[in-house]
Design a binder for this molecule. Structure first.
Ligand code: NAP
Length: 352
């Protein structure tokens, strides 16, 4: 059987496109990703980057409050809430909850979901053909790629240990959490993301250490100057993170940095949080170069404000095609756009 629309990816872009294509009676099939150890380590498990965050306070429509009654009602039994509301009653929706809500909304309109990775795809002929990790072969008239991006981490074992317990790669998502307020924090990186994260975190932190491996920032001048003028920021030049320090109860308690000039020099900094801001990598490996990307490897929309890619019938939404906004709401918005683009393209080609 040839699918009309296959959606690859299960973040907000994937589910928004599933909701829209399902409601257009296109009976979408979503490959949400496989539950593998490799995906866990890469940060590419089903439900995307939001599944790696805690509270989401900036998704419109979800103000803070005890959501347990709503979640109990909206989600299938046993899938909500993820945390005990008695322990933390006035909280916002969490990333995993938000994604589960979107997933179940998509399923509610008839979306079929497979917990599998697309590992190979052939876009050279139509219908498009793909193979999954589980060995399934599928054909599709239209494909929406919504595989997102993953934050780069340094790859330290101690970084992994404290993920979600003080280690984050998204200050905008996590910076305002109570555990970071009024405490010193650490940001690693020297690009625009690091500048933005460092500056943003000074709203909540007592102090922000910026750790950069060279003696000048890569960031744009204006963003670097803003950081350098901020009295709450101390830059540790020519330094790398040796280890993230912490314990099971408190999570992150500090970092040990090492000088890149004299490697025998180390220093320990107290910090309640560690933010990696060393870039992102779009999840495009399975495409094997068949779709045009920009110089940073992100899928290129070939027509402004349309989700068309360089292959007709293949659409891209969310962070896999966005190295600039990278927000849940923008991803969901572009997922909706991709669904409408796919629906109109199928109709224009005479595929009902
Ligand atoms: P980026 O420009 O690639 O910068 C990455 C930074 O991380 C660099 O300073 C790099 O150091 C450092 N780094 C990379 N790997 C490292 C490692 N293993 N150990 C230590 N440091 C490491 O990435 P980005 O800051 O995420 O920016 C990505 C793009 O988005 C850029 O084009 C940026 O302009 C854009 N952006 C724009 C805005 C804005 O305009 N508001 C905000 C955010 C991002 P080196 O400098 O030594 O290579």
């Amino acid at each position: 059987m040839t699918e009309r629309v296959v959606i690859i990816g299960s973040g907000p872009a994937g589910w928004a496109s599933a909701i829209y294509t399902a409601r257009a009676n296109l009976e979408p099939l979503v490959y949400e990703g496989a539950m593998t150890e490799e995906n866990r380590q890469m940060g590419t498990l089903p439900l995307g980057q939001l599944a790696l965050t805690t509270e989401v306070e900036n998704y419109p429509g979800f103000p803070a409050g005890d959501m347990s009654a709503f979640l109990d009602d909206a989600l299938k039994e046993g899938t909500a809430p993820y945390r005990d509301p008695k322990e933390d009653p006035h909280r916002a929706v969490t990333g995993p909850e938000l994604m589960e809500l979107m997933r179940q909304q998509a399923v509610g309109f008839g979306t079929r979901v497979k917990t599998d990775d697309v590992v190979e795809i052939d876009l050279s002929s139509h219908p498009f053909k793909m193979k999954t990790l589980g060995g399934e072969e599928t054909e599709a008239l239209a494909v929406i790629i919504a595989t997102g991006a993953r934050a780069n981490y340094l790859g330290l074992e101690s970084e992994d240990r404290y993920k979600n317990h003080g280690v984050s790669a998204c200050a905008v998502c996590d910076g305002a959490l109570p555990r970071f307020r009024g405490k010193p924090l650490v940001v690693v990186g020297g690009g625009d993301s690091a500048m933005e994260e460092g500056d943003f975190l000074t709203k909540f932190a007592s102090k922000v250490y910026m750790i950069h491996r060279r003696d000048e920032f890569r960031a744009s001048k204006i963003m670097a100057e803003r950081v350098l003028a901020n009295e709450k920021i101390e830059v540790k030049w020519n330094s790398v993170i040796d280890e993230v320090l912490g314990d099971d109860e408190s999570g992150v308690t500090g970092v040990r940095i090492r000088s890149t000039v004299d490697e025998s020099q180390t220093e320990e900094l107290d910090a309640a949080g560690y933010f990696a801001a060393i870039g992102h990598t779009p999840n495009v490996h399975f495409l094997n170069g068949q779709i045009e990307t920009n110089e940073k490897g992100y899928i290129q929309w070939v027509t402004p404000f349309r989700t068309y890619t360089s292959v007709e019938g293949v659409f891209a939404a969310g962070d896999v095609a966005d190295d600039y906004y990278r927000q849940a709401i923008t991803a969901a918005g572009s997922g909706c756009m991709a669904a409408l683009d796919a629906e109109r393209w199928l109709a224009a080609k005479g595929f009902e």
